[in-house]
Design a protein around this ligand. Sequence first.
Ligand SMILES: [Fe+2]
Length: 248
Amino acid sequence: MALIAQLTDPHLRDDGADPCHDPKAAMRQAFAKIAAMDRRPDAIVLTGDIIDRSAKGYAHAIPILREAPVPLVPLPGNHDDAAGFRTAFEDRAEFACDHLSFTMQIADLRLIALDTTLPDGRTGLDATRLDWLAGVLGNLQLPSLLALHHPPFPTLPLHLDEPGFQNAGALSRLLTDSSVRRIIAGHSHRAIQTVWAGRLASTAPAIGHGLSLSLTGMESKKPVRLAPAFDLHMTGLHENISHHMMLD
Ligand SMILES: [Fe+2]
């Protein structure tokens, strides 16, 4: 069984204009909580939007991420810069040539990290990414955890789900009979759980600002104050348990 701390969406800015609380302080609170656990997680998986579009690069974020008390594994989100991300984190993961997806063994679990921001700015998976994933899943024996920034499943706030996840159906079909035990995502800035492709699937609450909830989709999304938090996933062949870890 692997123990994974999932942190997501810190939106670390370099201009101090955070819309709600200071995400750097929340990140450090999360690190302190993780460091104090009687069993430390095997890794922190950071599911994207590490910087905000206000930032020019990663120079302001890297020193904070280096404070992590356990190995930190970064995924890209739609607010990240693909070229800058590859350069900033090439020492932390072996990225695919054409996109920023990768796999990594963590304890007895295989992490599959999918880059779901397409070159044209849309959300989801293209043929290149689907082919890459099919190759990964075809050679996999270990129980695995699929991590991605954008949830491929409906989350019901219609203003968050638009404009949709390209090729979600193809992804669901690839997961059939695969070793994937659990699906985790970010992007929604809210804690949401569902069952999708026959598996437990969720989005984690954000380290950065929250996002408003409009179940009718009539109101546009906007930053709101929600308590920052992270998720703790115990995932293995026989375990599939998650906890929310609230911060102040
Ligand atoms: Fe975000």
